[in-house]
Design a protein around this ligand. Structure first.
Ligand SMILES: [Zn+2]
Length: 400
C-alpha cells in the first residue's frame, strides 16, 4: 500500500491515516535517504540529460533560471558539490554535472527583461551568471550579473521572490556564499535592492498591471520578501518587524494562512499557505528576539495543518507537493511524509493516475531536481551535519 486509502473530498490531499498517532514508533520512517537520493539523481540525468536539445517539458523546454530548465538542475548539483562532493552518478561528480548543465546554450538568453521574465529567479541570464559565478569562482560573471541589475526596469513593482527583487536578494546571497570575494561588488547592490523593496507598501503581485493581489505566502508574497531582506542584511529586521507582525496576526485558527492578506485560496503548500511560512520563519526567527515566542507558537500551529492537509495529490515537488510540505514538519512526521515521495512512490502514483502530473519533468521547484533536493536535505540531517532548513534552505528563496 503506497498511499493512504482515502482522498479528501476536495481532491487536494490524501487523508493522513496517522493523524492522531502519537507513538513515533508507529509512524513510517526512511531508513536510507542516500539510496533515494541516488535513485532520484539517476532518474534526473536519464530523463533530462545534460545534452542538447534539452529534454525539459515545461513551456517546450524554455529556460527559466532556477525555476525551470538546465540552470535549475545545475543549482541542485552546485549544492550537492558541497553536501555530497564524492557522490558519483554514472561515474560523474556533482561538480562535473553542475558544469555540464551550465553548458547547454544558456548564452542565447540575453540580459534584457521581457514581459514574462521578471528580474530574478525566472530570468535565465541573471541565474546563469549567478550559478556560473558560484561554480567557477570567476568574478567576471559576478560583474555581468551586477551590471545588469539597474537595467531590469520593465516590471518595477515586482518585489516577490520568483520574478522580483526578493529573488535577486537570494541570488546575491548565494553568490556571496560561494564566492566570498564578491562581497565588495554585491553589498552595495544588496542595500540598494532592500531599500527599493521597502519603498513599496503594501507589496502586490500580478502579471497584469491592472490585476494585482496582496499575496502573503512564500511563492509570491510578503513572507519570503521579509525573509530575504533579513537574511541578506539582519540590520533591517526592525524595519520589517511591523509587516511580520501583521502576517502573524492573520494566521487562521486552523494554522493556515490564505494566499492573500484579504482572502484567496486556502491551500497547504510551499508557494501559498503554512508550509512556505514555516520554511521562511525558521531561518529568520533569531533576528526577531521580541517575536520569538509568537513565531514558535505560529510554527507549531502551522505544523498541525500541514500534518492534517499537507499530503498532496499533486506530483511530489518542493513548491506544491509532499516533498516541500515534509520539510515544514519536524521529525518523525517529516520522514513519515517522505515515505510518500520516494522514487518508487512517485512512479507508482503517476502510473496509476492517483497523482496529478507536473508540467515540468526536471527543475528544482516543480519536479525531479526538487525531490532530489529533499533527499539531499534529509541525508544532510541524518549525517548530523545540521538543520537543513537553515543551512541549505529552499532553492532561490531561503538559501543562506
Ligand atoms: Zn507552487
Amino acid at each position: 500500500m503506497l498511499y493512504p486509502r482515502r482522498i479528501d473530498p476536495t481532491g487536494r490531499y490524501f487523508i493522513n491515516e496517522a493523524l492522531d498517532v502519537t507513538d513515533p514508533a508507529l509512524l513510517q520512517s526512511i531508513s536510507s535517504p542516500r539510496e533515494h537520493l541516488i535513485t532520484s539523481l539517476t532518474d534526473l540525468v536519464t530523463t533530462c540529460p545534460p545534452t542538447l536539445p534539452f529534454a525539459g517539458t515545461f513551456a517546450k523546454g524554455l529556460y527559466c533560471g532556477i525555476f525551470v530548465g538546465p540552470t535549475s538542475v545545475a543549482f541542485l548539483f552546485l549544492w550537492l558539490s558541497k553536501t555530497h562532493p564524492d557522490l558519483l552518478i554514472n561515474n560523474k561528480s556533482p561538480s562535473d554535472y553542475c558544469g555540464e548543465y551550465l553548458n547547454l546554450g544558456q548564452e542565447e538568453y540575453g540580459p534584457e527583461e521581457t514581459q514574462r521574465s521578471g528580474c530574478s529567479l525566472n530570468h535565465e541570464y541573471m541565474c546563469y551568471n549567478a550559478i556560473k559565478a558560484c561554480h567557477t569562482k570567476d568574478l567576471t560573471y559576478v560583474r555581468k550579473f551586477a551590471e545588469n541589475i539597474d537595467k531590469l526596469t520593465l516590471r518595477p513593482t515586482f518585489i516577490e521572490v520568483l520574478f522580483g527583487k526578493a529573488g535577486l536578494l537570494n541570488l546575491m546571497r548565494t553568490i556571496k556564499y560561494w564566492v566570498p570575494e564578491s562581497k565588495e561588488i554585491l553589498d552595495p547592490e544588496i542595500t540598494k535592492t532592500i531599500d527599493y523593496c521597502l519603498a513599496y507598501d503594501p507589496w502586490t503581485f500580478g502579471i497584469r498591471p491592472d490585476n494585482q493581489s496582496r499575496y502573503i505566502g512564500a511563492g509570491h508574497g510578503d513572507i519570503s520578501i521579509i525573509s530575504n531582506i533579513v537574511m541578506s542584511d539582519p540590520s533591517y529586521a526592525g524595519k520589517v518587524q511591523g509587516r511580520l507582525e501583521k502576517l502573524l496576526n492573520v494566521q487562521r485558527e486552523d494554522g493556515n494562512w490564505l494566499a492573500c492578506e484579504d482572502g484567496g485560496s486556502d491551500v497547504v503548500q510551499w508557494c501559498h499557505g503554512a508550509p512556505g511560512f514555516i520554511w521562511c520563519l525558521i531561518p529568520i526567527k533569531k533576528h526577531f528576539p521580541e517575536l520569538e515566542g509568537r513565531i514558535d507558537t505560529a510554527i507549531e500551529k502551522a505544523r498541525r495543518v500541514v500534518w492534517e492537509k499537507g499530503m498532496l495529490t499533486k506530483e511530489q515537488c518542493l513548491c506544491h507537493g509532499i516533498t516541500g510540505n515534509a520539510f515544514a514538519l519536524a521529525e518523525p512526521q517529516r520522514s513519515h511524509f517522505l515515505q510518500y515521495a520516494t522514487p518508487d512512490a512517485v512512479k507508482a502514483g503517476l502510473a496509476d493516475g492517483i497523482l496529478e502530473k507536473s508540467s515540468d519533468n526536471c527543475g528544482v521547484w516543480w519536479s525531479e531536481a526538487g525531490r532530489a533536493w529533499g533527499w539531499m536535505m534529509l541525508d544532510y540531517e541524518r549525517t548530523g551535519l545540521g538543520d537543513s532548513l537553515v543551512d541549505i534552505g529552499y532553492p532561490g528563496a531561503t538559501n543562506p
